[in-house]
Design a protein around this ligand. Structure first.
Ligand SMILES: O=C(O)CCC(=O)N[C@@H](CCC(=O)O)C(=O)O
Ligand code: ZN
Length: 335
């Protein structure tokens, strides 16, 4: 296998490759762009016109999707997977991946598109670097742009694999949803308002079809045996080879939700009245008190069918401490 096929090893050891460009025997070209970022260009005749950005490890303790990207790259670098797309592979936060922690000094996925101008440190620099890499990659006109940002969650989930549609993006199409369903996603959560995530950046600023994918519970490297990524892996292999898999028109199996309210931690007085064992998508009791903060702020459950996603009282002040979500209908979501 070509040395550039070992992107994870290079990244975890903080080494630069001795050659930044290598050619596979079948003619595809691998180019190391910067730490954790590798571009794959197909042979001219095999290019399907898709620019595909796959990112993982934006949070350094979410390793299953990093292992998935590494498997795909190994197969590309040993000519077992023949790309027919331009592909950018991104290991988001190398310093945090080396520590096995969500972040080093600030959550990287809150810093894209100038999310927190006052924040400095390694993640602020990395956000700018990844924005630049994504901009360069998606700079070619007349091509289809697709970005999946792969994550795993801190908690267990009643719906194990789901996609988040970023704030500010065009409503998803039925075809996009069907593709996600084909990749094993059981639900799609539509967000509104603003957000400074990587997928919101590529969708809003770079006009990519972009989704964050949640793929199970976060575990350290080598301990991801209970997460089944087979459907997503099959979808990604098909996309990479330029075989758009047949997408079922029937979206009945796919659950849809929208964010009704965001719970934001404003101060150290913030209290979340949910047990640590509560899973994502757990139904909330109508009328119950969900959280309180200083200045008399409180969140009481008002919405019918409300569920909680990503509850986390330990975030920094000013950041999201949970999402109250409600069911949505396909006809209200898509044209
Ligand atoms: O488990 C959690 O609390 C968070 C899991 C995670 O990292 N989720 C992403 C979602 C990004 C998005 O909203 O598109 C995040 O919080 O950054
Ligand atoms: Zn994450």
């Amino acid at each position: 296998m070509l040395a550039l096929g070992r992107l994870l090893e290079l990244t975890l050891t903080g080494r630069e490759p001795s050659e930044a460009i290598q050619l596979c025997a079948d003619g595809c070209r691998l180019q190391w762009k910067t730490e954790g970022v590798l571009e794959v260009d197909p042979l001219g005749g095999r290019d399907s016109g898709l620019d595909l950005l796959l990112s993982a490890g934006i949070h350094g303790d979410e390793t299953a999707p990093v292992e998935l990207l590494e498997r795909l790259l190994h197969d590309i670098a040993s000519c077992r997977l023949l790309p027919a797309v331009r592909l950018l592979l991104v290991l988001g936060n190398p310093a945090a991946l080396r520590r096995g922690e969500r972040f080093v000094s600030y959550d990287l996925n809150r810093l894209f598109g100038g999310g927190e101008p006052s924040v400095s440190g390694p993640e602020a620099l990395r956000a700018v670097e990844l924005e630049l890499q994504a901009e360069l990659f998606f700079a070619q006109p007349q091509r289809r742009r697709l970005h999946y940002d792969l994550h795993t969650a801190m908690r267990g989930s009643q719906i194990e694999q789901f996609a988040l549609h970023p704030c500010g993006a065009q409503p998803p199409t039925r075809e996009q949803l069907a593709r996600l369903q084909a990749g094993g996603m059981q639900a799609v959560l539509l967000q509104n308002g603003t957000s400074a995530t990587f997928s919101a950046f590529t969708s809003r600023r770079l006009a990519a079809e972009a989704f964050t994918l949640e793929l199970g519970q976060a575990r350290p490297f080598g301990e991801n045996t209970t997460i089944d990524l087979s459907r997503l892996e099959a979808l990604l292999r098909a996309l990479i080879e330029g075989r758009e898999p047949p997408v079922a028109g029937d979206l009945q199996q796919l659950q849809l939700f929208r964010v009704a309210r965001e719970v934001v931690r404003h101060s150290d007085a913030f209290r979340l009245y949910l047990d640590d064992s509560v899973e994502n998508f757990t139904e909330l009791v109508p009328g119950s008190l969900l959280a309180e903060d200083g200045d008399g702020r409180s969140w009481r459950v008002e919405e019918r069918g409300a569920r909680i996603v990503f509850p986390n009282p330990k975030v920094r002040n000013g950041l999201r401490a949970g999402l109250i979500v409600v069911p949505a209908a396909l006809d209200d979501v898509c044209d």
